[in-house]
Unconditional design. Structure first.
Lengths: 301, 257
């Protein structure tokens, strides 16, 4: 039972990363590698701020802002510096590795004995892992609603159309460079926020905690899409969170089968590759009926 | 010279160079002069490489002239960005895919166009309250667009997409409308339909319009003024009665040399 609550809690916390990447990967339509740097950056800044006496709320805000700055730099390199987006992301990600070590003053910092969101007295009265369900749940609902509202505004529409048809966006008077920078900044701000919360949940920040997380984020997006199929934009945003939880269950299953946590990155990559190939496999192997049956029964549980 | 205030658009001695500072450096427009008056509907023809697209790109801001000036109501806009010029200029491209956002619905595209060149802030877009208006507009195109307001534009036919692009370009009245072979990618019947619609809308709204076409018949049939571009310069500029007297034969002769 506690394994299941743990998976749901982790799924909700990591869903922030999925929604953040949805903004760039799905709406702006390019892969942003910056996240592997801004995620540990958000964690490093938050953990260091807490160990220096900042309140968890302020420390988390710093994590969000630090991530945003990382995204802003990628955006500037891409739009003003004309560096291809993949490389711009890798550059900032690589730079973050050094920055993170500077910020933390070492390769990891522990939060043992410090006040975090997760150490509140209230949570001690609840069963184990309910802290991450509550904090993750509130945060992801808040962010998802905020993103949905934003996308309904004139500015949000300009942001969407920038990813959909850049040429047309410009001919409607939309400054696509600014939209791209805006998207990367918000997205990486959310990535930093996710790093801030994950590090508090784990009780430490580690310089290597960003490795492979882009795959984790993409997996929640793709799993959501594969499982739920044709959806509206708002529904797709919610599907990211559900995809993130499903992904945690799959990991749980795999660990139960006897794999070790060292295998997680390999397994994540396999899950993502499989999910991305599934739509093609479906049509070529006529898996549709079989899958719908299988997923249908799982959904009802 | 006419008073520059009454001139919608003026190109003064405009030259453009491509592949600058390379062995392939070539001049496309060669000191081109053009004055566009309010209500002009100009058809532009010319052989491949004559500079028709470059002329349009210079007007729209995709290309900055290397020499000379582009003026809008007497104001120098030579180096203003594409985005800035959309305040008074709209354009329909040849490729139906270029003018619309594929994953967004017809109504969403129209709403984006209604705010062409305007500031876009954190105000809600109010798609629903605009639907009725869009429904009427789409009905005027008479090609089934009105029944597909909620359809993503990628699911429309090429003709519907191009009709939508045209509607979007005229929705928020532009000072200058650029039509870049906007019917060329369509089948003959659809093409003729959109051309009729174009002519009607331009007349009704008294739009100032430049249209590139490869159809000699269309170039003669529509508009009040005809330009022939050759080797980066305007070799023929006729209007009204003089234009009406022109025959396809005469135009073809201009192309031969």
């Amino acid at each position: 039972m506690s394994l299941i609550t743990s998976s749901i809690g982790q799924g909700l916390l990591w869903a922030i990363l999925g929604v953040a990447l949805f903004l760039t990967f799905r709406i702006l339509d390019f892969p942003d590698m910056t996240v592997e740097g801004t995620f540990p950056l958000g964690a490093a800044v938050t953990v260091t701020a807490i160990t220096h006496g900042a309140s968890p709320a302020m420390a988390t805000l710093y994590g969000f802002l630090a991530g945003g700055v990382g995204g802003l730099i990628t955006g500037l390199l891409y739009t003003k510096g004309k560096i291809p987006i993949l490389l711009a992301g890798i550059l900032v990600m690589t730079a973050c590795l050094s920055v993170n070590l500077r910020v933390m003053g070492g390769s990891n910092v522990s939060l043992i004995g410090k006040t975090t969101f997760f150490s509140a007295d209230f949570f001690q009265t609840l069963p184990k892992y309910f802290d991450s369900i509550i904090i993750g749940g509130i945060t992801i609902i808040f962010i998802t609603v905020l993103v949905m509202l934003f996308l309904e505004t004139d500015l949000g529409q300009a942001f969407i159309v920038t990813g959909d048809n850049r040429m047309m966006a410009r001919s409607q008077g939309i400054n696509t460079d600014n939209m791209t920078i805006l998207g990367l900044t918000i997205s990486n701000g959310l990535v930093g926020l996710c790093g801030a919360l994950i590090s508090q949940s784990n009780g430490y920040a580690d310089a290597n905690m960003g490795i492979g997380i882009i795959v984790v984020a993409l997996a929640s997006i793709i799993i959501g899409e594969v499982v739920f199929g044709e959806l509206t934009l708002n529904q797709r945003l919610i599907a990211v969170t559900l995809g993130s939880i499903i992904y945690r269950f799959v990991l749980l299953l795999v660990l139960q089968l006897g794999f070790s946590t060292n295998d997680l990155n390999l397994i994540s990559a396999i899950i993502l590759a499989f999910s991305m190939m599934l739509p093609n496999l479906r049509s070529s192997l006529h898996l549709n009926g079989i899958l719908r049956k299988g997923l249908g029964t799982n959904d009802k549980q | 010279m006419t008073n520059s205030k009454q001139v919608v658009l003026e190109l003064r001695n405009v030259s453009t160079i491509v592949n600058r500072n390379t062995p392939n450096q070539t001049k496309i427009l060669k000191g081109l002069n053009l004055t566009v008056y309010p209500g002009d509907f100009i058809t532009v023809i010319g052989s491949n490489g004559a500079g028709k697209s470059t002329l349009f790109n210079t007007i729209s801001g995709d290309i900055s002239p290397d020499a000379g000036q582009v003026l809008h109501y007497g104001q120098d806009i030579s180096h203003d960005s594409v985005e800035k010029r959309t305040k008074f200029l709209s354009r329909v491209f040849q490729d139906p895919k270029m003018g619309t956002a594929p994953r967004m619905s017809v109504a969403e595209n129209l709403l984006l166009a209604a705010k062409r060149g305007k500031r876009r802030g954190l105000r809600f877009r109010n798609l629903r309250s605009n639907k009725e208006h869009f429904q009427k507009l789409a009905t005027s195109m008479g090609n089934g667009l009105a029944q597909r307001l909620d359809t993503p534009t990628e699911n429309l036919s090429g003709g519907q997409r191009q009709a939508l692009s045209f509607l979007m370009a005229t929705l928020n009245r532009p000072d200058i409308l650029l039509l870049d072979e906007h019917t060329a990618a369509l089948d003959p019947k659809t093409s003729a339909g959109l051309m009729e619609q174009t002519s009607q809308t331009v007349a009704e709204q008294k739009l100032t319009c430049l249209m590139i076409t490869h159809h000699m018949e269309d170039a003669l049939k529509y508009g009040n003024r005809l330009l022939v571009l050759h080797d980066g310069q305007i070799t023929l500029d006729v209007r009204d009665a003089d234009k009406d007297k022109m025959t396809i034969q005469q135009i073809m002769e201009l192309f031969v040399d």
